[in-house]
Design a binder for this molecule. Structure first.
Ligand code: ACO
Length: 370
């Protein structure tokens, strides 16, 4: 028995949800470029859950359910108000999502129909949780969700109470499409391991949020923004990056376990970063990001991943830095729950082995003789 560090190259499950083949990402066989250009996040969520693009009537029905379920239980609002005002955003999300199970009468109903309903409810509620968390910590009251608008629109509205621009809605919607699923990434694997014990969907999603939080996974988008803030201006990029690379410090938002020739999602976010910057009348974050890319790719051959340009996109949209990873969670929830449903369909406990590297034949020593 020989272990492969980080399970690199290990095929640990079969899945028909998303694929990465020769550097091309597809959801249910549809190229991500096609979806990013044409599909709404709601269509993509339907595609991931049900395996096909929705008809207009199916999409209308899904949107109706998103609107119907978006309001949070009043206990959840009270719970959010009880969190310490400086609590970590992803830790808060993990806690609140776990607690949502307590107010769901179907939480432990393991039928497929009930699990689909829970996936839809969670998808409707997560944006409201993140927006309410953001407002409450600023001493503001949460804003009730709007009816009949997209998830991207509703989230931006609940965050600020103001009508978002069409450009902002489109940008966030496209970012949600791009983050929705990604084969057996760390958080999805965590979700599948959890539910493969036949634990419930809330437990699976709570595990996934915990895994997404780390800076080697979803937490990288926030870490990219920390870096951009530390650098401060275009003029400082070169010395900052060279210093980090010379000291073998990882540059957040670069590299990927699977993509070695570039992440196909990054170009869309790069374009969005430029367009939003132009709209806002300041391209500084975009230009700093391009310069960082030039240096890191030039010196290390590493390409930007999905998290790199997300940072400048979200900041230009006026979103606070520590909500970047929760927004990733809002999107990836669609993929997590699709994978959870798929795991339940043909379940077997996930229980690998470990290569033992400790001592052997050690005798027990009574405590008085140690
Ligand atoms: N900056 C500088 N060097 C890097 C980077 C980076 N971002 N990423 C990898 N390297 C180097 C490593 O230092 C290592 O060099 P060495 O062989 O000289 O020691 C080599 O490239 C291989 O790196 P690993 O960390 O072993 O690669 P792995 O496949 O395990 O990790 C990961 C992939 C975690 C994404 C890594 O590239 C990384 O830490 N990137 C920064 C964090 C990040 O952006 N994460 C988001 C990933 S996308 C997502 O989850 C949504």
């Amino acid at each position: 028995m020989t272990a492969t560090k980080g399970l690199e190259g290990i095929v640990a499950a079969t899945s028909s949800i998303s694929s990465i083949i020769d550097g091309v990402l597809t959801y249910r066989g549809i190229n991500i470029d096609d979806l990013a250009e044409n599909a709404s996040f709601e269509e993509v969520a339907y595609l991931l859950w049900f395996g096909k693009l929705p008809t207009q009537a199916e999409l209308d029905d899904l949107n109706r359910q998103f609107s119907e379920y978006a309001a949070l239980p009043k206990q959840t609002i009270e719970h959010l108000k009880l969190l310490p005002s400086n609590s970590n955003s992803m830790a808060s999300l993990r806690t609140i999502v776990s607690s949502l199970a307590l107010y769901d009468a179907e939480a432990n109903d393991m039928t497929r129909e009930a699990n689909v309903r829970k996936a839809i409810r969670l998808q409707a509620q997560l944006p409201a949780v993140v927006a309410a968390y953001s407002r409450i910590r600023q001493g503001l009251e949460p804003i009730a969700p709007k009816q009949g608008v997209s998830i991207a629109h509703n989230f931006l509205f609940m965050l600020t109470g103001e009508e978002p621009s069409e450009v902002a809605i489109k940008a966030l919607d496209q970012a949600l499409v791009l983050h929705a699923d990604h084969e057996l990434n760390a958080s999805t694997f965590a979700a599948r391991v959890t539910v493969a014990t036949l634990s419930d969907i809330y437990s699976g999603v709570t595990s996934a949020i915990g895994a997404l939080k780390g800076p080697l996974h979803g937490g990288a988008n926030e870490a990219v923004m920390v870096m951009l803030e530390e650098i401060g201006s275009l003029a400082n990029v070169e010395s900052y990056i060279n210093d980090k690379l010379n000291n073998k410090v990882k540059i957040m938002g670069f590299g990927h376990r699977v993509y070695k020739n570039g992440d196909p999602r990054a170009k869309h976010l790069m374009k969005m970063s430029r367009e939003l910057g132009k709209q806002k009348g300041t391209l500084e974050l975009y230009e700093m990001s391009v310069k960082i890319e030039e240096l890191v790719t030039g010196q290390k051959g590493l390409k930007p991943n999905v998290d790199f340009y997300s940072a400048s996109v979200y900041t230009t949209l006026g979103i606070p830095r520590d909500l970047f990873t929760p927004i990733f969670a809002i999107s990836r929830l669609s993929g997590w729950t699709a994978h959870i449903l798929e795991q339940y369909e043909d379940n077997r406990l996930i229980r690998p082995r470990a290569e033992y590297t400790g001592p052997t034949n050690v005798k027990y020593v009574p405590i008085a003789q140690r």
